[in-house]
Design a protein around this ligand. Structure first.
Ligand SMILES: Nc1ncnc2c1ncn2[C@@H]1O[C@H](COP(=O)(O)OP(=O)(O)OP(=O)(O)O)[C@@H](O)[C@H]1O
Ligand SMILES: O=P(O)(O)OC[C@H]1O[C@H](OP(=O)(O)OP(=O)(O)O)[C@H](O)[C@@H]1O
Length: 210
């Protein structure tokens, strides 16, 4: 098993679409893959090991080389800025990063508060806009912040727009489109390039048909 290839899979909402993509590309994933609390799943037939990680941590496992490959949202890549290469846009888990707030929120006041799960993306964005803001890091339910006066605006993921709508918030800017990407550790790519290219080609064929 020395040349086993380790792939970091994000648990949560990306998992199902990623697993479907892998199966369409003919990776033989057992039923326990989707229905287990195990965090390490070996697939000897493919000489592969899958580790199941929090979506925000996938780039960390890949940067440190404990996973050769990983599937990560572009949002996580932008936020974490880890030393990994992006190999393929898997075009799954589509959403976008937006700025939002209550209607009629003024943007003129200096040092407005911005709540987000993505402090690096948010500070880069506002710096580029020449706006001075105070970033408040939250771990979820970001839309709550402007409703209770913790922040003036938020930077968060929008998918259907339902969460913004049901909380009376409006979009005030678009930061970027997000999909999940196949990423690789640079050293793994040098050492295992043939196997990795084969995986990329198998997945690319499926992605092209999406
Ligand atoms: N509506 C959405 N909201 C959040 N993330 C989405 C959405 N649609 C797609 N994504 C993608 O899914 C990833 C987040 O997945 P998920 O929500 O399972 O993890 P999480 O935010 O770490 O969740 P939790 O902390 O609640 O476990 C994001 O990095 C993004 O790329
Ligand atoms: O546009 P929508 O389809 O409504 O999706 C967007 C919402 O989904 C995510 O939250 P999530 O469900 O991950 O919960 P969280 O607030 O705990 O992060 C995101 O942070 C938004 O709140």
């Amino acid at each position: 098993m020395s040349d086993v290839l380790t792939i970091a899979m994000p648990k949560g909402r990306i998992f199902e679409e990623a697993a479907e993509l892998l199966r369409k590309a003919n990776f033989q994933l057992p039923p326990e893959f989707d229905d287990s609390r195990k965090l390490i799943i070996d697939i000897p037939e493919e000489n592969m090991r899958f580790i199941l990680a929090k979506p925000m941590d996938v780039t960390t496992y890949v940067e440190y080389g404990v996973a050769d490959l990983g599937i990560a949202g572009k949002d996580v890549m932008l936020e974490e800025e880890r030393d990994v290469y992006e190999l393929l846009d898997l075009k799954i888990s589509k959403c976008y990063l937006a700025i939002a707030g209550l209607p009629n929120t003024s943007t003129s006041r200096v040092a407005q508060k911005v709540a987000t799960k993505y402090p690096n993306i948010a500070s880069t964005y506002f710096r580029e806009q020449g706006e001075q803001v105070e970033i408040i890091k939250l771990n979820g339910s970001i839309e709550l912040a402007p409703l209770i006066g913790l922040a003036d605006r938020i930077v968060d993921i929008v998918s259907t727009g339902r969460t913004l709508k049901e909380n009376g918030l409006v979009e005030m800017g678009h930061i970027g489109d997000i999909t999940s990407r196949l990423i690789v550790n640079p050293v793994s790519y040098r050492l295992k390039d043939e196997r990795i290219d084969d995986i990329v080609n198998r997945l690319a064929e499926v992605v092209d048909q999406l």
